[in-house]
Design a protein around this ligand. Structure first.
Ligand code: PLP
Length: 354
């Protein structure tokens, strides 16, 4: 049976990418060696890393004033690494959910943090639209897509203060003004590749101002000066991330993937809004096009819904353990067909139970 993979993370990858990755795990480009047993200093892997770094900048439409590197430690290490490298006197944060709260907690271990806006008052069901940027902040940090709550920034703050963004769950999913940001980071495993690497893209001129001596592994400047290979990089994760970025480029780039993602989200939300049994859990204006969160109004029929999902091969729809309900993750590699299968199940379910 075909499985429709709605997993929130690690998330679905394109079948072409998985096929190529499996071949490379056995014999990389007819070298007779697996990519897994090859030196990271080999010309073959150096080429992979160089391609991955340049594809990331290309898909974000960024120029030479930016660097892209691949690190380890997940987005969670970036919660600490960002303030370590950038925070001198004060940092401003917008709190839009669990991950943003984690980022704030880690930054507070480094220095002075001001939370300039929060949607915690209504359990993170919206993106705050009004806040004052403190003129004296070294940077302001936002989370473009809130994976757990299902909200997403539709436009970004215009500010002279360096803007830093956790884009773990919507990187490369839509056209964004990337040059409005000073630093973007994204754990690979939601929308870009397998777990194990984190993309960090930054303007070079924001570095070197925090005035602290950094451990080598946590120093962006050292990492890019060593071409993202200061120590052994997570070779396979970087390689599969590169294949996914190449897949986006070969199919028509960000415009193509954005159009597909818009179509999937519209398809899903149209069903959600017209179906009498279900209800979205966040404000419509803040709805995420990557993770749609919703509930069954009548909890007594949850088991029936879930067994119907199982019958149709729908996997990974359960909401995050902290919020419950359901979450439809529609990452880049999810085909429209999977959304159609899900919305059909929802419609049939309503015929039976409404
Ligand atoms: C998953 C996620 C994280 C945590 O990523 P790790 O790579 O597991 O550390 C951080 N931020 C967002 C927005 C996420 O979706």
């Amino acid at each position: 049976m075909k499985i429709h993979n709605f997993s929130a993370g690690p998330g679905i990858l394109p079948p072409e990418v998985l096929r190529k990755a499996s071949e490379s795990a056995l014999n990389y480009n007819n070298t007779g060696l697996s990519l897994l047993e090859m030196s990271h200093r080999s010309p073959e892997f150096e080429q992979v890393m160089a391609n991955a770094r340049s594809l990331a900048k290309e898909l974000l439409n960024l120029g030479d004033e930016y660097e892209a590197i691949f690190l380890q430690g997940g987005a969670s290490l970036q919660f600490y690494m960002v303030p370590l490298n950038l925070l001198k006197s004060k940092a401003a944060y917008v709190n839009t959910g669990n991950w943003a709260s984690e980022a704030i907690a880690e930054a507070r271990k480094v220095g002075n943090v001001e939370v300039i806006a929060s949607s915690e008052d209504r359990k993170f069901v919206y993106i705050p639209s009004e806040f004052d940027m403190p003129k004296d902040a070294d940077y302001v940090h936002i989370t473009s897509n809130n994976t757990i709550y299902g909200t997403q920034w539709k436009s970004f703050p215009q500010t002279d203060i360096p803007l830093v963004c956790d884009m773990s769950s919507d990187i490369f999913s839509r056209k964004i003004p990337a040059d409005q940001f000073s630093l973007i980071y994204a754990g690979a495993q939601k929308n870009m590749g397998p777990a194990g690497t984190t993309l960090v893209v930054f303007r070079k001129d924001i570095l070197g101002k925090a005035g602290r001596t950094l451990p080598k592994m946590l120093d962006y400047e050292l990492q890019y000066k060593k071409d993202s290979m200061f120590n052994t990089p997570p070779v396979f994760s970087v390689y599969v991330s590169m294949l996914t970025m190449q897949w986006i480029k070969d199919n028509g780039g960000i415009e193509w993937i954005e159009a597909l993602n818009n179509l999937k989200a519209q398809f899903f939300y149209d069903e959600l809004d017209s179906n009498p049994l279900f209800e979205g859990t966040v404000d419509k204006a803040s709805r995420s096009y990557m993770n749609a969160t919703f509930i069954l109004k009548n909890k007594a029929i949850e088991k029936d819904f879930e067994s119907m999902l199982k019958q149709e091969g729908i996997s990974g729809l359960k909401g995050h353990r902290s919020v419950g309900g359901y979450r439809c993750s529609m990452y880049n590699a999810l085909p429209l067909e999977s959304i159609k299968v899900l919305t059909n199940v929802m419609r049939e379910f309503a015929h039976k139970f409404a």
